[in-house]
Design a protein around this ligand. Structure first.
Ligand SMILES: Cc1cc2nc3c(=O)[nH]c(=O)nc-3n(C[C@H](O)[C@H](O)[C@H](O)COP(=O)(O)OP(=O)(O)OC[C@H]3O[C@@H](n4cnc5c(N)ncnc54)[C@H](O)[C@@H]3O)c2cc1C
Length: 173
């Protein structure tokens, strides 16, 4: 993981030896929409140019990438997002609490939500509204805890104090 304000290169190795790399850039949607992967080498050179002066081994992760690049804009709901009960309907996972991936908890929360919803339905057989109310009563305080953590990490990774703020985070935990 190599980061500085507004940009970073993050990579991890899979069990089969392949390396998956993520490039993070704080850019406008217009800039992102203009990336043209129909000319893949040119697009990779354009992205690597954002890391001028960085270690060649890190830029290689971009320039010699042999997978199809995928652009993923990062969206997040407000940390304390909740909604009024709607009879017969509820939300799980990202639909309920979309957050940036910098705590690595979105999929964990989605699976936990599903398990909790299933449990609430089993414990309130024949009373769907009671089950959904019970599920949401626990969901609303649970999600902001992680959403706040990931929002904090987002600033640590790409804010003005990066990379020192990331080093401090790992030194504490
Ligand atoms: C770069 C990145 C890294 C991440 N890293 C981690 C991590 O390390 N750990 C972690 O726990 N989480 C991580 N996450 C977050 C995690 O991927 C999500 O929180 C999780 O996938 C949410 O699951 P979900 O089922 O709620 O939504 P999704 O996974 O988005 O599933 C929703 C599904 O619904 C489908 N769909 C949408 N609209 C329709 C429609 N109209 N009809 C039918 N189907 C539809 C979509 O195609 C999709 O398959 C990361 C996310 C990103 C972007």
């Amino acid at each position: 993981m190599a980061v500085e304000p507004g940009r970073g290169i993050l990579a991890h190795q899979h069990a089969n030896g392949t390396v998956r790399s993520y490039v993070a850039l704080q850019k406008s949607e217009t800039w992102i929409d203009a990336l043209d992967f129909s000319n893949r080498p040119a697009a990779l050179v354009q992205i690597a140019a954002e890391f001028e002066g960085w270690a060649p081994s890190l830029r290689t992760l971009i320039l010699e990438c042999d997978a199809e690049p995928t652009v993923r804009s990062i969206y997040a709901l407000p940390v304390d997002h909740k909604w009024q009960r709607v009879p017969g309907v509820t939300l799980v996972g990202d639909a309920a609490h979309l957050m940036s991936p910098f705590a690595g908890e979105g999929a964990n929360l989605a699976m936990y939500d599903g398990a909790e919803l299933g449990k609430a339905l089993c414990e309130n057989r024949g009373d769907l509204e009671a089950a959904l109310e019970k599920y949401e009563d626990a969901l609303f305080p649970r999600s902001p805890f992680v959403a706040r953590q990931t929002a904090r990490n987002h600033v640590r990774f790409f804010g003005e104090h990066a990379p020192c703020s990331v080093v401090e985070m790992f030194a504490v935990h």
